[in-house]
Design a protein around this ligand. Structure first.
Ligand code: SF4
Ligand code: SF4
Length: 142
């Protein structure tokens, strides 16, 4: 993820609610076209995108938390999950140069055609890398 400038103006969670309106999970980088095809199925769904940073792949899904109130507060604040507790306003991607801002990924893919195009090159490149590693291993054994 790219560096972000520290914001002078602090934004409160109630004003923002950004991290209650999506979820993002790391997924395996695809190694075959069949694996890529599974991601094509995922990305066909509204709100889904795939964010790629180096060799790290993430599934990003726009989806409002069902416990987020209309006033921007958490309806289950006292028993909110640990991942929500860990996200503190002063250190989040909006208010700091937090390194995990999924919107700053090297590549963001929102449609199937781009996924196939990017994925084909990515997988071909990966298999090229693997062959080079295998050759280096062979050289070392000689
Ligand atoms: S933690 Fe940061 S990004 Fe999340 S809702 Fe609060 S201000 Fe927004
Ligand atoms: S449980 Fe609460 S803090 Fe966590 S995403 Fe939902 S509304 Fe936000």
């Amino acid at each position: 993820m790219k560096d972000k400038k520290v914001r002078a103006q602090k934004v409160t969670c109630r004003q923002c609610s950004r991290c209650c309106k999506y979820f993002c999970v790391q997924i395996d980088e695809p190694e075959t076209m069949e694996e890529l095809d599974d991601y094509a199925w995922i990305i066909a769904h509204e709100g889904a995108s795939i964010h790629i940073d180096g060799h790290e792949w993430y599934l990003y899904m726009k989806s409002r938390c069902k416990y987020l109130g209309e006033n921007g507060t958490c309806g289950i604040y006292e028993r909110r999950p640990a991942i929500c507790r860990a996200h503190t306003p002063g250190e989040c991607e909006i208010n700091s140069d937090h390194e995990l801002d999924y919107d700053d990924a090297d590549t963001i893919i929102t449609d199937m055609d781009k996924l196939y195009e990017f994925g084909r090159d990515y997988i071909t490149g990966k298999s090229g890398d693997k062959q080079s590693e295998d050759c280096e291993d062979d050289d070392e054994r000689q």
